[in-house]
Ligand binder design. Sequence first.
Ligand code: NAP
Length: 479
Amino acid sequence: MSHRQLYVNGAFTESASGKRIPVINPATEEPFAEVSQGGREDAKKAIAAASAAMPAWMKQTAHERAKVLKKAADLIRQRADQFAKDMTMEQGKPVAEAKMEVLQSADTFEWFAEEGKRVYGSVIPNSVPGKRHLTIKHPVGVVAAIGPWNFPMSLLCRKIAPALAAGCTVVAKPASQTPLSLLNIIQCLHDAELPAGCANAVIGPASEIGDEFMTNPHVKKVSFTGSTAVGKHLMRQAADSVKRLSLELGGHAPFIVFPDADPEVVAKAAVIAKFRNNGQVCISPSRFFVHKDIEKKFTEVAVAEAKTLKLGNGLDAGTQIGPMFEKKAMENTVGLIDDAKGKGAAVLTGGKRSDKFSKGYFFEPTILKGLTDSARVMTEEPFAPVMPILDFSKIDDVIAAANNTPYGLAAYVFTNDITVAFRMAEGLEAGMIGINDPVPVAVQCPFGGMKESGLGRELSREGLEAYLETKHVSFKLRD
Ligand code: NAP
């Protein structure tokens, strides 16, 4: 069984405790690798290394930093097949999807390497004679980056790449169960000759490592992707030292289909969008509002399509849906379905763990109808392969229903009417809105949520600004 170590101050290293964490394959329920288990001591060392590396790294020109980041991007691409396999084994998703995530991660490094060269200040016209004003940008300082398990590589790259491009140094912590994808990225940065201390990886209990991140005065910014509950906890902790925070939290995206859309085409797109990664996606559509005139046809097609999806080990050719990530996630899914059934919902397909496998967390893609507002699946982020279908007739009602949640991450609208599209784009409370687009994500476009879905934006120009402070420099010239 392979053993991987923490990465501190430019070297792969054993943890202070010497303990190890097994990495479990959700398709087999078996451990297949292990990693060193870090803790507070290791986090402290990593933060000290990042702090020591900061002055030299921020003094490098953006062009010099870009060379390292682009080399890392090339190495990620060269190693994509192996990295995708590792990701499938630790997380469960089909290997083709894993490879897409690896390649997107490489693109993220390349894009921010270039964008780092365009960190401009400004010259502001003076209002008082003899004064001159300009702004310059300054890296925020040591960044602690915390990522979740559902996209174990790309989501941490959205933090590490812009932070390094901005001249910050980083200590990253992956979800404890999916450490390999981060370590693979770190290996590429190491091989690209990133100076020691600029990027570090610690793996281990969130309570200890997270606490050190939030209380260590050398950490100036924490960038977190994960659940809203943990995000709120970090926000409380950040108050004590006014640490900068970026938060990418949960979602409960509405998927709204107007009567002028083709119900057959949209139902097929909906099934792909819903069941990708078993619905364990922050922007996964999770409440389907379909106009009453086309709801019957949409539902028929969606059910037929969901039944054809091929479940299996993500490493096997032809697998479209891998296992869910862990037993707890599957049990939570059963709980949501039972609750909905108890409140009158009907299960049109799926609704249970697949009985085709003796091992692995395989769950049948599930479609529900007849939901009431009180069903938990309508209010809690499901993070599960569950597709609740509802109908509507009036645009104002569907906007109100879609916004009736504390979340505001993504929303999807299907219509060919430009007026309807604009009304929806302006009326929906969501940070990302796909109009006839089930994947409204691109490295050059802002990604993030409104309301309790988060603070700040990743990717795009804004995702780089998140690692920069603005300094105003004011000159009084001699008379
Ligand atoms: P999670 O339980 O909040 O964990 C996310 C990360 O936070 C993990 O690395 C976890 O470490 C760590 N963590 C847990 N408790 C912590 C604490 N007290 N202090 C510091 N770190 C702590 O979330 P998850 O179950 O992994 O991920 C699913 C959630 O992420 C969903 O809500 C999903 O919507 C959200 N998400 C949001 C986005 C977005 O861009 N908005 C993207 C993807 C996922 P351990 O693994 O060691 O516990």
